[in-house]
Design a protein around this ligand. Structure first.
Ligand code: NDP
Length: 497
């Protein structure tokens, strides 16, 4: 029986609890201007909910609440912070089904992905950062230029203060958690601006955090559009911006943040190479290429969107990709067997299809896919492009849709040069049974994460971030603690010279 999408969409207001409001301090408020935004279901194109369109005044209020909460949160005992983060994970887990439903309705991704990846990623992030909250330590540093025993010198890792967090629409709750959990573990407070396309899970999760015992004002949400994000970046009371989104917005944020010397970390776009050598387990590599290229409709920053295949394996890989994608049901994210959901918006569908049409016009072969679905919602078929030139747009620009370029290669040096030839450096994959090739590739590819004989494994313990135009800084892992603390050196004379 077909799923009744309208009935599920009708539950959104009940799940949200405070429809049309955002949590600032200990209140649920509308925008001071009264302005709102509508978020819609990409699987139907129909409206789901209205949220406030926060302006500079609302951002100012949220920052001031976060600043006030910082004075006590920073002094909360680390183990108490750890306990609250753990309780947040438990509370998210207890509400995982409703959060997954919201995420699927708002982003379009299959429910199985929302529950299996997004929710687990958020829950695991809070648990992992709970474990680190009592380990935000400085270190004793014996001096080299002064007599030992006379000076005692150590570093303190101190929280930065108010963190402005800005997230994109593809992994709303997971990305919010990757920012909130480490920021809180280190003693900071947060004002978070979700994407206008997908604000719902962030709003609901903030409410659940309060239920889990997080003091009011430690996490505040300002819903809105790019202008809300701009107000947050410009605000002099924000100590750091942690941003995930496109490279062009990241560049603008870096420029604006420089005015106040606000710290910035940026998780940006990618155009990641996924390389299959002929000696690999080809069936496993095909599955990895399908997941790397088409999972969540390719709306993934680390999508393995440039597939390089050693020439003897090309035909088998292409045929395997075609068969595997033909077997993937495309549909609304709530339909139980859906493997490929819609793209986020009609505008984005036009953008993705525009790239393919331009490539087709340049003589690039569309090996399979290359078309929209004739149904409501914003659907595009998994697509492979063969024969794109190294300087073409489809090889160099992030399409952020289910579009793979497939390029044959003849030797390891050639493919590493090709892999490194874009301005991005987020992720890379390599498939081979030769451990020497795997190490050589891992050492020489310009990427923040390299997957060997796998693609897309993400874990809270693994640092995440990019090189080149893929950004600055790292989320996850112990490295995240350095993104949310400042080292202070203390040097004390304790004896006579
Ligand atoms: P955008 O850069 O358009 O938007 C990201 C966020 O920034 C949104 O909340 C957006 O608001 C806000 N924003 C827009 N303009 C400004 C501004 N001038 N100042 C401050 N904030 C602003 O990215 P998308 O939402 O389109 O997300 C897709 C991009 O995110 C892709 O390039 C993808 O690669 C990248 N990404 C990177 C990841 C990583 O870990 N490296 C992970 C996930 C995505 P609004 O949406 O309301 O306009």
């Amino acid at each position: 029986m077909a799923v009744n999408v309208a009935e599920h969409a009708g539950r959104v207001a009940d799940i949200l609890g405070h429809p049309g409001k955002m949590p600032i301090g200990d209140e649920w408020v509308a925008a001071s201007s009264g302005a709102t935004l509508t978020t819609s279901d990409p699987g139907t194109g129909r409206a789901l909910a209205e949220v406030p369109l926060a302006g500079a005044e609302d951002v100012d209020r949220a920052v001031s609440e976060a600043r006030q909460a910082f004075t006590t949160w920073r002094r909360t005992a680390p183990l108490e912070r750890a306990a609250i983060l753990w309780r947040i994970a438990d509370t998210l887990e207890a509400h995982a089904d409703e959060l997954a439903l919201l995420e699927t309705l708002d982003t379009g991704k299959p429910l199985e992905h929302s529950r299996g990846y997004d929710l687990n990623s958020a829950i695991n992030e809070f648990r992992y950062m709970s474990g680190l909250a009592a380990r935000v330590n400085g270190r004793l540093s014996p001096l080299s230029t002064m007599p030992s025993g006379v000076f005692h010198s150590y570093t303190r890792l101190e929280p930065l203060g108010v963190i402005g967090a800005i997230t994109p629409w593809n992994f709303p709750l997971a990305n919010a958690s990757w920012k909130i959990a480490p920021a809180l573990a280190c003693g900071n407070t947060v004002v978070l601006k979700p994407s206008e396309e997908t604000p719902l899970t962030t709003i609901r999760a903030a409410e659940l955090m309060l239920q889990a015992g997080l003091p009011a004002g430690v996490v505040n949400v300002v819903t809105g559009d790019g202008s809300t994000g701009q107000a947050l970046v410009r605000h002099p009371g924000v100590n750091k911006i942690t941003f995930t989104g496109s490279t062009s917005t990241g560049q603008e944020i870096a420029r604006v943040a420089a005015e106040n010397m606000t710290r910035v970390s940026l998780e940006l776009g990618g155009k990641s190479p996924n390389v299959i050598f002929a000696d690999a387990d080809i069936e496993a590599a095909i599955l990895g290429a399908v997941g790397g290229g088409f999972w969540d409709s390719g709306e993934v920053c680390s999508s393995g969107s440039r597939l390089y295949v050693e020439r003897p394996a090309l035909d088998r890989v292409l045929e395997g990709l075609r068969k595997a994608t033909e077997a993937m049901p495309i549909g609304h994210g709530l339909e139980p067997d859906t493997a490929i959901g819609p793209l986020i918006s009609a505008r984005h569908l036009d953008r993705v299809s525009g790239y393919v049409e331009e490539a087709r016009g340049e003589g690039v072969e569309v090996a399979f896919g290359g078309e929209r679905l004739d149904r409501e919602g914003h659907f595009y078929r998994p697509t492979a492009l063969l024969g794109a030139s190294p300087d073409s747009k489809v090889i160099n620009e992030e399409i952020f849709g289910p579009v793979l370029t497939v390029v044959p290669f003849d030797d390891a040096t050639e493919v590493i040069d090709a892999a490194n030839a874009t301005s991005y450096g987020l992720a890379a994959g390599v498939w081979t049974s030769d451990i020497a090739k795997a190490h050589h590739f891992s050492e020489n590819v310009e990427a923040g994460v390299v997957w060997v004989n796998s693609y897309g494994v993400v874990d809270p313990t693994m640092p995440w971030g990019g090189l080149k135009k893929s950004g600055w800084g790292r989320e996850n892992g112990e490295q995240a603690l350095h993104e949310f603390t400042e080292a202070k050196a203390v040097c004390m004379q304790v004896g006579s010279l």
